[in-house]
Design a protein around this ligand. Sequence first.
Ligand code: FAD
Length: 348
Amino acid sequence: MTEKVAAPGGFHKTDVVIIGAGPIGLFAVFELGLLDLKAHLIDILDRPGGQCTELYPEKPIYDIPGLVEVTGQGLTDRLMDQIKPFQATLHVGQMAESLEKAGDGWRITTDAGTQIEARVVVIAAGGGSFTPKKPPIPGIESYENTSVFYAVRKMDRFSDKIVVIAGGGDSALDWALNLQPIAKRLVLVHHRDGFRAAPDSVNKMRALVAEGKMEFHVASIKSLRGAEGQLQGLALNNKERGDYEIPGEMLLPFFGLTMKLGPVANFGINLHENLIPVDTSKFESNVPGLFAIGDINTYPGKLKLILSGFHEGALMAQQAFRYCRPDEKLRFQYTTSSSSLQKKLGVA
Ligand code: FAD
């Protein structure tokens, strides 16, 4: 990733904060950047792309203008390349949790304690924040955030520990491969000997198992054993072996994600069926300075398509400029013919 990724915590000041680094939040960085507006992006996921990378990274999309066919991941990669000149700051793995007035702008606070002040806030939260599906293991809550984690925010937390990863998708396999070199012992548990992950990752995992560098159990997790939030062992079950226990100090269940509107519902904005109604001349909500673009907004004729969100971002940026640079005149220019725009893009 070539963007600036900020460490969790700390205080930042910028022109525009964008909640959601899905395709629409990413393209908004471009439209704002053309007008010299600086942006910070926040996403609960640990990488940009929203639904495109989380739900269908390898599915082809056929209705992006000018691209006959592009995958969800391919589109995200291209958008990341396109916004590179504008050096947006990314706050990934963080939930935008609260929003309050700060002077004539806003202060956003994330669940990692990061505070960002900006004149304008753009909500590009799609269908809402992705939240992990929790496995139905009795008493799992008492180990959460000490021994059980649903995302890896800091790898060194897992150094020299007995790490158990549960799941059979890309996240489970990717993290098994990434944590194996630093864990004391790495165990992958999946209920069947088949995976929904990239074949290359599955092959790498099987090679590590064959070399005795990690373990793979075809089993389901029945219960956890430990005390005061410290996990010590996991009771597993498989058809042939029946019930048995393995040691484990850290558990990472990767059982997929669901989408929930989450904290945006408490931002004090008018909602209609969990969507934000907007004025289509600028994609502003009922609260001045708070905008909504992409799948999260609603208006007569709305289509939940990526191309609609791109247009919405362009109009939002025009109005955001008026808030951020009240004393400057907004001049409409084409990237093809404006040398100053081309300079910003690094192509002049
Ligand atoms: P999203 O992609 O949903 O991104 C929103 C981001 O905001 C997420 O990453 C989320 O984690 C984050 N977020 C939300 N709340 C918070 C918070 N409080 N704090 C931090 N982060 C937060 N569209 C097309 O145009 N063509 C297609 O062919 C097509 N195919 C599709 C196929 C499938 C299977 C699916 C599911 C959708 C498809 N779509 C398609 C729809 C398209 O993916 C969406 O329209 C698009 O992703 C919307 O982009 P977005 O940026 O508005 O939201």
